[in-house]
Design a protein around this ligand. Structure first.
Ligand code: GKE
Length: 336
């Protein structure tokens, strides 16, 4: 367990970042939490943490200010979202490379010992994801390189930037490729939401409004695997504490179609089966994606524990309690 360390978490106002702050604080570390978002848009804020709101880490001076005396850095920050965002904001997503690069330079300047980079399954070669229900993606499947346009290239490039800072300057780097992480205290509307949260919101709203239809992007046959946030945090910290320096999948291998996920959410909500309106012109991403967990089991002796139904129950309950309280807390951040 990591404790008694001074840790910088960049992207701390975001979904995974917020859960990471909570866990590392509980484990007895002192935390500097930074995000570009203004305070009212942070998903979670904790006392006894040095919080830096509205701080743009694409700016190297901001990076230098907060890396001075830290032991570890977790870079959880990037301008991203579900397919609805990354397909329509490729230049915005690519600029996240400035965060990672300037953060690494500051870490080198101040002799930070260890650095975590949150990469993504979007780094994988698209040609291996053209069918539904594919074989799990193995870490070596990122090359030959043909990642998701924009966002995927930024993640793959930043992985390589991390590796070269490790080779040339000796910063210990750990890299996780996340596979569609979901759970409470994440984005559920406003345009950046991913499928689990989006569909939980749509079912919850259908129930509240006594509607009998639900809109699904694509034909619903496309497949994914989804990782519950608690497993994501545990896997991240296991990887960080390990001595394995190459990218590792942190994901689930429970591959489902979007239609199957909607079936699960309908049962959780108690609503009768909704008529499905398939919007074929909406952003769909790859046809099929899931994680091969052989390497993560081998190097970390760890695998996720939360099955999709259990994770969706917790996520649906949280979103159902949130919807109607207020609109999206990120709408200001989506491209108008
Ligand atoms: N966002 C969203 N909203 N997706 C929907 C919806 C909806 O209402 N209805 C169906 N889908 C379908 C999308 O068309 C896509 O085929 C699938 O669900 C998953 O969409 P997603 O969760 O937005 O994003 P992806 O898994 O395709 O890609 C995401 O992968 C993550 C890593 O696994 C990326 O957007 C990043 O968030 C991240 O890299």
């Amino acid at each position: 367990m990591i404790n008694n360390k001074k840790i910088l978490i960049v992207g701390a106002g975001g979904f995974i970042g917020g859960h990471l702050v909570k866990r590392l604080l509980r484990d007895g570390n002192s935390i500097i939490a930074v995000d570009i978002k203004s305070r009212e848009y942070w998903f979670q804020e904790f006392e006894d943490v040095e919080n830096h709101f509205s701080t743009d880490m694409k700016n190297i001076e901001n990076c230098r200010k907060v890396t001075k005396e830290v032991d570890y850095v977790f870079n959880m920050a990037c301008n991203m979202g579900g397919m609805g965002f990354i397909e329509n904001n490729k230049a915005e997503c690519m600029q996240s490379v400035l965060i990672n690069t300037n953060l690494l330079i500051a870490c080198k300047d101040f002799g930070v010992q260890k650095y975590f980079f949150s990469s993504s399954a979007c780094a994988y070669n698209k040609s291996m994801q053209q069918e539904a229900f594919i074989e799990g993606l193995k870490e070596e499947d990122a090359y030959p390189a043909d990642p998701e346009d924009g966002y995927g290239w930024e993640k793959l490039f930043s992985e390589r930037m991390c590796r070269h800072f490790m080779e040339d300057y000796g910063i210990e780097v750990r890299i996780a490729r996340y596979h569609n992480v979901y759970g409470p205290f994440g984005t559920y509307d406003g345009g950046r939401e991913k499928a689990p949260a989006a569909l939980c919101r749509k079912v919850a709203n259908a129930k509240k409004n006594n509607a009998d239809k639900i809109e699904i992007w694509g034909d619903g046959k496309q497949t994914r695997s989804f990782l519950y946030i608690d497993d994501c945090v545990e896997g991240t910290l296991r990887l960080f504490e390990s001595d394995y320096p190459n990218p590792v999948n942190i994901g689930s291998d429970e591959q489902v179609s979007i239609n199957q996920m909607v079936d699960v959410i309908e049962k959780i909500s108690g609503i009768k089966k909704l008529e499905r309106i398939y919007l074929l012109d909406k952003p769909k991403g790859v046809r099929g994606r899931t994680s091969n967990n052989d390497l993560v089991k081998k190097v970390l002796n760890w695998s996720y524990e939360t099955k999709l139904k259990e994770g969706l129950e917790k996520t649906y309950d949280w979103i159902n309690s949130e919807t109607g309280k207020h609109g999206s807390n990120l709408s200001k951040f989506t491209k108008s």
